[in-house]
Write a new protein. Structure first.
Length: 493
């Protein structure tokens, strides 16, 4: 399902009872964040892979932000049900199964085989973005822009200022012309300048470095709202060669419509609610940004980042300002992260077919802990998986990888804890390596560089040097279990 606007998504949330409209006047400085944090933690968000539709509290539409005319939407993705709704499906696993199906398609041999593949190819072809002449995102144009018209949140008391937290930032590689759409926070300095907080490993940062080598301005557009599938696509760990607009089109089963920005050479979603156009001058000194209350649950420290100069703001006649806050989990971003965990599992299996399942626990802040189950086939197989994952895209940031056997339910943390506590000899089964870590890892001795740990919690084999007998887990026999099932009600328990 493709949404023609964010308003259309809001209307669906309302029909499903998934949103609360708040008319009471509330300030964008700290007050909305405190309300949203309480709501996000009000359900069973500690386990977004299970539970009902309200496992992260309802979405909130603030219609009376003090001193602002534009309403603010937050926690739009904050439940398992709403995350699926945002992607146009009843369950995120539908997208997982579709990707899994595509990975198993064999190259067509006969003419008949080619004809049978036409529906699949037609669907993929329809995912490509399309340039159109006009879009609702440019119904209102501010050529003398003022960022203060936006209800930008100051999220936490120690923040360096107000931050735009959910912008999809469109940039272009100055060498190849390839587009990147990333989600980078933007601290608002004044009416026409912000920071552009992209980490050194991100696509936008690579474009910035290449622009520095070529001289000249780097033109950008930060887009807010529109089809929620695009917000998700901007967070997805896609290879550099895959266009986020194309991936969003694949999810929504319809290509995005794009329009040319008015003051920069960038294409933006025609149905975005708000578009902030501007540029970065690579020759300009970096500027201090932060601190910022981050998704780790701690403040990320102030550091220097490029300055984004706003040249124009365009928006719909009645825009909605889509935003989020991050902090100590569980929060709204848990459901975005869990969607990635499920959607990208089939692609992970393309490289590692032995992987059965993976869990990135939300209290492990996703990049800090990964639990992986495998069909173990040879000695040191678990160690191969650890090193393989550390060499795979954003998995390089995973600080701790725990590998268990295929029979362990990695989504059940009590079972994982039981297995890890019983199956490891710490000296033998723990591996330490050094390499890139997340820039937000405040425990690393150097920014972006530190150590990582792998734990082999699989059953040990003689071929791995384990000479003792490995015990079987305690399980009651089926005959006894069935008999007790048959008399259970008679026991009065």
């Amino acid at each position: 399902m493709a949404y023609n606007s964010l308003e259309e998504f809001v209307q669906l949330l309302e029909r499903e009872g998934e949103i609360k409209r708040i008319t009471y006047p509330v300030k964008a400085e700290l007050e909305i964040a405190e309300i949203a944090d309480r709501v996000m933690k009000s359900g069973s968000a500690s386990s977004p892979s299970r539970g009902g539709s309200r496992d992260g509290g309802p979405a909130l539409l603030f219609e009376n932000v003090v001193g602002k005319q534009i309403p603010l939407l937050i926690n739009a993705f904050g439940s398992r049900k709403r995350m699926a709704m945002a992607l146009g499906v009843s369950d995120v696993e539908e997208i997982t199964r579709e990707i899994e199906h595509l990975t198993k398609l064999k190259p067509p041999g006969s003419l008949w085989d080619k004809l049978r593949m036409l529906p699949e190819l037609a669907h993929l072809a329809g995912s490509s973005p399309k340039l159109v002449k006009s879009g609702a995102c440019q119904e209102v144009v501010h050529r003398n822009p003022d960022l203060h018209i936006l209800p930008t949140l100051t999220c936490w008391p120690g923040d360096g200022g107000p931050f735009i937290t959910l912008p999809t930032v469109v940039s272009r590689d100055p060498e190849s012309g390839r587009r990147n759409v990333g989600l980078y926070r933007m601290q608002v300095y004044d009416a026409t300048t912000t920071a552009m907080h992209w980490h050194i490993h991100k696509g936008g940062a690579r474009h910035f470095q290449r622009q520095k080598e070529q001289k000249g301005r780097m033109e950008l557009a930060a887009c807010l709202g529109g089809d929620p599938a695009l917000i998700y696509a901007a967070t997805a760990p896609l290879p550099e060669q895959v266009d986020e607009f194309l991936f969003a089109g694949f999810i929504r089963k319809k290509g995005l419509e794009l329009v040319k920005a008015l003051t920069v050479d960038v294409e933006v979603p025609a149905n975005a609610d708000i578009v902030i156009e501007g540029y970065i001058d690579p020759s300009e000194p970096l500027r201090r940004e932060g601190p910022f209350g981050d998704h780790t649950g701690f403040y990320s420290l102030a550091d220097d980042y490029p300055v984004f100069h706003v040249t124009c703001i365009t928006h719909k006649k009645n825009p909605i300002y889509l935003t989020t806050i991050v902090g100590r989990p569980p929060m709204e971003d848990a459901f975005l992260g869990k969607a990635t965990e499920r959607i990208f599992l089939p692609l992970l299996r393309l490289t590692f077919p032995e992987i059965v399942d993976i869990n990135l626990p939300i209290h492990g802040v996703f990049h800090n802990l990964a639990i992986v189950s495998i069909k173990k086939s040879y000695p040191a197989h678990a160690r191969k998986i650890m090193h393989g994952l550390w060499g795979l895209g954003q998995m390089m940031f995973t600080k701790i990888i725990v590998v268990v056997d295929h029979g362990v339910n990695v989504q059940d943390l009590s079972e994982v804890t039981w297995i890890v506590g019983n199956h490891i000899d710490p000296k033998r089964d723990v591996v330490f390596v050094e390499g890139p870590v997340d820039v937000l890892d405040h425990a690393a001795p150097l920014m972006g560089y530190g150590s990582k740990m792998g734990i082999d919690a699989t059953a040990k084999w003689k071929s791995e040097g384990f000479e003792r007998e490995w015990p079987e887990p305690i399980v009651m026999d089926e005959k006894t279990k069935k008999h007790i099932d048959s008399i259970w009600e008679k026991l009065g328990l």
